[in-house]
Ligand binder design. Structure first.
Ligand code: ADP
Length: 262
């Protein structure tokens, strides 16, 4: 479906000559639709925990009023639901901040080795709680790429967090960095791999869409918002970087980020 806006203006006086201007509006329509979908999804995601909190308030005022054990349990659920809303709002703010500053600061370079070490450190507790060993496979040399340190930290943190959450059964996760690309277009490639259940092939092309989840229940249980990989995609686009995703069912998933070296 293509929609064109056509405007006509008369050229000169007393002539039948018109200039027709065709402007493709299907792209604008698509973006409007995406925005509306996004708002509907975000509202739904926020409404669900809110409805649960509201329900428990009712119960606490009524049937559970004099039951200390039930009260404690319901307050705990309400606290979990508020944390879930807070995570969602943080992710929504991250996305909107990224949209508001579409260009990267020029000139800054990021030391990937050091960035990956701090990501691994910051997820140490999650890996330990999940009984996962984090393996490093860092090639020799310095890996500095143009980019924003905080944003790339967020990319690797999201990917490693997913590897720990969804690949927990694999017992280990690995982080590697190595030179890649071609002589004309060299890249630095960072791969975050897990050895869990993997991702069914048909889901892979859609997995970076906002709110897309292979299994909503698992994502919720893992404190997911469905926005992590869309934030990753946004940041990588700003860095002119690509991401490739490979997965074999039952054997795990590997996310490789190809960052331009220059
Ligand atoms: P979430 O907040 O749900 O984790 P993401 O955008 O980070 O959202 O990921 C989207 C979905 O992709 C997840 O809900 C999960 O179904 C799937 N996924 C992401 N990483 C992995 C992985 N390493 N192994 C299996 N599934 C994954």
């Amino acid at each position: 479906e293509r929609v064109y806006r056509v405007s006509a203006s008369s050229v000169g006086h007393g002539t039948d000559l018109f200039v027709l201007v065709f402007k493709d509006q299907s792209e604008a329509r698509r973006i409007d639709r995406m925005r509306a979908d996004f708002i509907a999804n975000a509202s739904h995601e926020l409404r669900t925990p809110l409805a649960s909190i509201s329900g428990f308030i009712e119960t606490l005022r009524g049937p559970a009023r004099n039951d200390p054990a039930a009260r404690e349990q319901f307050l705990q659920i309400m606290q979990n639901q508020t944390s879930r809303m807070a995570r969602l709002i943080d992710d929504l703010l991250s996305l909107s901040r990224l949209e508001m500053k579409p260009y990267l600061k020029a000139g800054a370079r990021v030391d990937l080795r050091q960035t990956l070490e701090s990501v691994i450190d910051s997820l140490g507790p999650l890996a330990r709680d999940s009984n996962l060993v984090v393996e490093r496979d860092f090639a020799e040399g310095q890996f500095a790429v143009p980019g924003d340190r905080d944003e790339l930290f967020q990319v690797f943190e999201n990917l490693l967090e997913n590897a720990c959450k969804y690949g927990q059964s694999g017992g280990r996760v690995s982080v590697s960095v190595a030179p890649g690309g071609t002589v004309a277009e060299p890249t630095v490639d960072v791969t975050i791999r897990d050895f869990g259940p993997g991702i069914p092939e048909e889901h892979i092309p859609r997995i970076t869409e906002r709110f897309y989840r292979v299994d909503v229940e698992t994502s919720r249980a893992q404190k997911g918002t469905g926005l992590g990989l869309s934030i990753v995609k946004h940041i990588l686009t700003r860095h002119n970087a690509r991401m490739s995703i490979r997965s074999e069912l039952g054997k795990g998933a590997a996310f490789t980020v190809h960052l331009p070296a220059n």
